[in-house]
Design a protein around this ligand. Structure first.
Ligand code: PLP
Length: 395
């Protein structure tokens, strides 16, 4: 028999798998070009050419015993960590060193490493709805308790009054994700300053350390010149989790990093514990070839204009049909208000037109649906008459 704790997680995964299978089933019947699958956040922009070039060069240049071996430190190759730190310092005016960087198996690996490092059973982790649903599982992995702040549907910036009320002596971490999955909203500098002030106040009040974990796989995916504040500058106990899954379109390669700055309380202990967590969670070290690739590609960018064209077309197309949605400033998701209170019913109605959407309740925000627009432009254009038909059922 499987563990009790796994039963709920398996049930949840089945819902995602069911959606994936539904997409395949519909594609089998109607042809893939007639299915409008907006369910997955899997980039459809190819990785920059420099990635392929880097792989070829590495295979030629590097000693294969070193290239494919375990890294000396479980936190990654020293030269890669130094290069990552330098690149951050150049872009954000920070003062990190290689020792502050832990190379990880994507953002998912990084979040698990840091939560394993920080959480005692019963410790609370605060998230702002809507949030990436996996935070619940990751917190549960280490017997933490997820505490949700209800969504602010006016603009999807975090509700700071409720946040202040829900911080307790057991609050160990707060996870923020900006640009946000599923809303595409970027938290403003003003919001970050206020959030930091609340956390400082509560640390003093309880005499505890409350860590701010900035989960930022979408940092570079921004539109219209939106600025994403670098959070370590606003609050000392900030730990950043980054990933190349979206910024270099390498989600299957599983590469990212954590930044644990010197300003973090007990930073040396946190860094060495994260190093051990990376090993004992079974990651051992982040994939070595991928570490070397990202070092060569630190200046590379994904084709943001591709996502921007999709964003404009889908946003405008849905607005023309009468759907309500905040125009996202980042990531590649639209979070659309369901025209009926039960958004699962709306998702089911969408399936009649071969439109696949994810219910907002998967992100702690019922009454909304998420559309991932990291799809072919044609998929968006061809889906619009179907959305128009779907809209006629409601407006
Ligand atoms: N955090 C957020 C908000 C995400 O949307 C995702 C993936 O979609 C992840 C973390 C995990 O990303 P990775 O592929 O880097 O593990």
């Amino acid at each position: 028999m499987i563990a009790e704790k796994m039963k709920g997680m398996v049930a949840n995964s089945s819902a995602i798998r069911a959606m994936f299978e539904e997409g395949n089933r519909l594609a089998g019947i109607y042809g893939a070009e007639n299915v409008y699958d907006f369910s997955l956040g899997n980039p459809n922009v190819a990785a920059p050419k420099a990635v392929k070039q880097a792989i070829l060069e590495l295979l030629e240049e590097e000693d294969p015993v070193v290239l494919h071996g375990y890294t000396n430190s479980n936190s990654g190759y020293a030269d890669v960590r130094e290069a990552v730190a330098e690149s951050l310092n150049e872009r954000f005016g920070t003062a990190f060193e290689g020792k502050n960087i832990v190379m990880t198996v994507g953002a998912a690996g990084g979040l698990n490493v840091i939560l394993k490092t920080l959480l005692n059973p019963g410790d609370e982790v605060i998230v702002f709805a809507p949030y990436f649903g996996e935070y619940r599982s990751y917190t549960n992995n280490y017997d933490g308790v997820l505490v949700e702040i209800s969504p602010n549907t006016a603009d999807f910036q975090p509700k700071l009054d409720e946040f202040e009320m829900k911080i307790t002596a057991k609050t160990k971490a707060v996870i923020v994700n900006t640009p946000n999955n599923p809303t595409g909203v970027v938290y403003s500098e003003e919001t970050i300053k206020k959030l930091a002030a609340v956390m400082e106040k509560k640390q003093k009040e309880y005499g505890t350390e409350i860590y701010l974990i900035s989960d930022e796989p979408y940092r570079e995916l921004v539109y219209d010149g939106a600025e994403v504040p670098y959070l370590t500058k606003y609050y000392d106990n900030t730990i950043v989790g980054y990933s190349y899954s979206k910024s270099l379109s390498l989600p299957g390669e599983r590469i990212g990093y954590l930044v644990i700055p010197d300003e973090v309380a007990d930073s040396e202990t946190v860094l060495s514990a994260a190093n051990v967590a990376n090993r004992i969670l079974g990651f051992v070290n982040a994939p070595t070839l991928q570490q070397k690739i990202v070092k060569k590609c630190l200046k590379e960018k994904t084709d943001i204009s591709y996502y921007n064209r999709n964003r404009e077309a889908l946003y405008q197309g849905l607005a023309d049909c009468g759907f309500e949605c905040i125009k996202p400033e980042g990531a590649f998701y639209l979070f659309v208000k369901s025209p009926t209170a039960d958004e699962k019913e709306f998702c089911a109605a969408g399936k009649k037109y071969n439109i696949l959407m994810v219910p907002g309740s998967s992100f702690g925000c019922p009454g909304y649906v998420r559309l991932a627009y990291c799809v072919a432009y044609e998929t968006i254009i061809n889906s619009l008459p179907k959305f128009a038909e779907l809209a006629k059922e409601y407006f």
